[in-house]
Design a protein around this ligand. Structure first.
Ligand SMILES: [Cu+2]
Length: 141
């Protein structure tokens, strides 16, 4: 009887750790570094609001490297976004307001007003090389 009890407790424990692990993976499975569509740039975003919650105005830092891993210092950056499943865009117009140097740019005015799947597309122009990168976000309430 003791043995069966022990096995039950062990199984329960394993099940719990497995479930927790799965949950954590689901939440943190957001790719915040991506290669641009035509592979010219490697782009990383870091949200100043972490985790990203809905209905909160916040900023991102966008970091851009070129093919050889050097920082892209003077890029023109345009950002659009929306929810592909709902056919609507962002409720705000995020803008790069500051070149932070070292390939980093401050993107202000981001807000997501619904939970669900969002896409943010960043268009980058540097030395006549233009490329875009799209990040996917899954936001909870
Ligand atoms: Cu929506």
């Amino acid at each position: 009887m003791k043995l069966i009890q022990s096995i039950c407790i062990l199984l329960l424990f394993l099940l719990c750790t497995f479930a927790l692990g799965q949950q954590e993976q689901a939440v943190t499975n957001i790719d915040n570094t991506k290669l641009s569509e035509r592979q010219h740039y490697r782009v990383t975003f870091t949200s100043k609001l972490d985790p990203i919650v809905i209905n909160t105005m916040h900023a991102w830092i966008i970091q851009i490297e070129n093919k050889t891993g050097e920082p892209v210092l003077n890029a023109d950056i345009n950002v659009v976004g929306g929810m592909p499943e709902h056919n609507h865009g962002l409720p705000t117009r995020p803008q790069v307001t500051k070149n932070l140097g070292d390939g980093c740019y401050l993107l202000e005015g981001l807000k997501f007003h619904m939970s669900g799947w969002w896409q943010i597309t960043i268009a980058i122009l540097d030395n006549e090389i233009s490329d875009t990168v799209t990040f996917d976000l899954q936001l909870q309430n």
